[in-house]
Write a protein that binds this ligand. Structure first.
Ligand SMILES: Cc1cc2nc3c(=O)[nH]c(=O)nc-3n(C[C@H](O)[C@H](O)[C@H](O)COP(=O)(O)OP(=O)(O)OC[C@H]3O[C@@H](n4cnc5c(N)ncnc54)[C@H](O)[C@@H]3O)c2cc1C
Length: 402
């Protein structure tokens, strides 16, 4: 089909997970959405840990149950201080049962997650799907225009979910603060001799965290953060030699390791924009926030981007109005900045050789290990911002027996 299309309310650029989730959420509120962009990455070897509130969103799209068959619940999260530094803390475990939950979240292979989202998009009548990239943007006071091949699509609002280098964000003139970390994450999937018991273990090393996350059966995924040269050296090993390195890094807690499928190295960076929306363009997903993969933040935040966007535009006749975009900016700013600060602080504290920083990190972990209410606050906040603090009054009431 070619030519100019009359304004659909919203165009979402980028059909990665964040773009598909934004399009689905918007269409569910009755908005007419065009979703433009190539099919998602068919060679993504990563898995994604989604916290329970994020799963509510997948359930609402009708794909949660099918996806759970490809994933595994995260019932316990354990942090092991595997640094060789002078000041170290003991292991700290967080059990979902301590806060009355069966699991903190679930871990899914990205290929399964993206395939399920694509299926949901195809079945959503409110979404018009164009499997091509946006070639050019023009923005004026009352509309955005996207050129896609030989057609032009006009809309009142553009959602930029077109990745780290977002052309839509550039078209809106929104600048981004970038920071490259001297780290890269090796990702792979492996089977192991002993059951994981739905425990995810995070080994903190001087080069960054090495995180094992459960998958169905005696299988797990691994995100191993290292100096880039070390990550490449591991990448170059044959399967047998790398399996031994993985087993060694995991202190053999899961017994013998056998690698499955492929492996990839992802460079680590932080990026946050100066505004989360401007000039009829709202940012979502990695266009709005890039973090190191610590504490499973990225896509969980992207789901909250979509939820906040719905709240910001409400029933407005013009979803791209300055008022709606200012509301979206106000809603996203504290969440994204708080998560960025926490992830950066943890990452910096691992990389830092400065003794007081090591002491503060060890003391923090030690406090979490010893003080159950603090641990509960940390766990609830990790799942959804605000939940930990909201639970304090009821926890206090229980304590005083009222
Ligand atoms: C190693 C690693 C582990 C991670 N683990 C977790 C985890 O456990 N939990 C979690 O929540 N997050 C995790 N994340 C973060 C999560 O993977 C990302 O937040 C998520 O993949 C970003 O999705 P996205 O849709 O924003 O970006 P992308 O997947 O990059 O999608 C952007 C899309 O835009 C498209 N595009 C580009 N240009 C155009 C154009 N001109 N027109 C239209 N489309 C265009 C691209 O083709 C692409 O499909 C991890 C990240 C890494 C690196």
């Amino acid at each position: 089909m070619s030519g100019t299309h009359s304004p659909s309310a919203i165009i979402v650029s980028g059909a990665g997970p964040a773009g598909m989730i934004a399009a689905l959420e918007l269409a569910r509120t009755g908005r007419k959405v065009t979703l433009a962009g190539p099919l998602s990455n068919r060679d993504d070897q990563r898995t994604t840990a989604l916290m329970m509130p994020s799963l509510d969103c997948l359930d609402a799209f009708g794909i949660g149950e099918k996806l759970r068959a490809a994933g595994a619940p995260l019932k316990v999260m354990r942090i092991v201080d595997a640094t060789r530094r002078l000041v170290r803390s003991g292991p700290v475990s967080f059990h979902a049962a301590e806060i009355g939950r069966d699991a903190f979240g679930w871990n899914f292979p990205n290929l399964a997650l993206n395939a399920a989202l694509e299926h949901a998009v195809a079945g959503e009548p409110g979404i018009r799907r164009i499997e091509k990239p946006v070639d050019a943007w023009s923005i004026d006071a009352d509309c955005v225009t996207a050129t896609i091949g030989d057609e032009t699509v006009r809309a009142q609002l553009a959602v930029a979910a077109d990745g780290r280098k977002s052309p839509a964000r550039d078209a809106a003139g929104i600048k981004v603060k970038w920071r490259e970390w001297p780290q890269a994450a090796l990702v792979l999937t492996f089977s192991h001799q002993r059951p994981h018991g739905f425990v995810s273990t995070e080994f903190h090393t001087e080069a960054g965290p090495c995180v094992q996350v459960p998958l169905p059966g005696n299988r797990s995924s691994l995100v191993w953060v290292n100096a880039p040269a070390e990550a490449q050296a591991l990448m170059a090993l044959d399967d047998g030699a790398l399996a031994l390195k993985v087993e060694e890094r995991l202190d053999s807690i899961l017994g013998k390791v056998t690698l499955e499928g492929g492996r990839q190295v992802w460079p680590l960076a932080n990026a946050v924009p100066e505004y989360f929306a401007a000039r009829r363009v709202a940012l979502a997903g990695e266009t709005a926030h890039v973090f190191p993969p610590i504490g499973a933040q990225g896509l969980n935040l992207s789901i909250r981007d979509a939820i906040d966007l719905i709240a910001a535009i409400g029933n407005s006749a013009d979803p791209g109005s300055d008022d709606a975009l200012a509301r979206y900016d106000r809603l996203r700013r504290p969440d994204v900045h708080a998560r960025l600060a926490a992830v950066s602080m943890l990452n910096r504290s691992l990389l830092s050789g400065f003794l007081p920083v090591q002491m503060a990190r060890a003391a923090g972990l030690g406090l979490l290990a010893r003080i159950p209410p603090l641990r509960a606050l940390f766990m609830r906040e990790g799942m959804r911002p605000g939940d930990g603090f909201r639970a304090i009054p009821s926890a206090l009431r229980e304590k005083v027996g009222r």
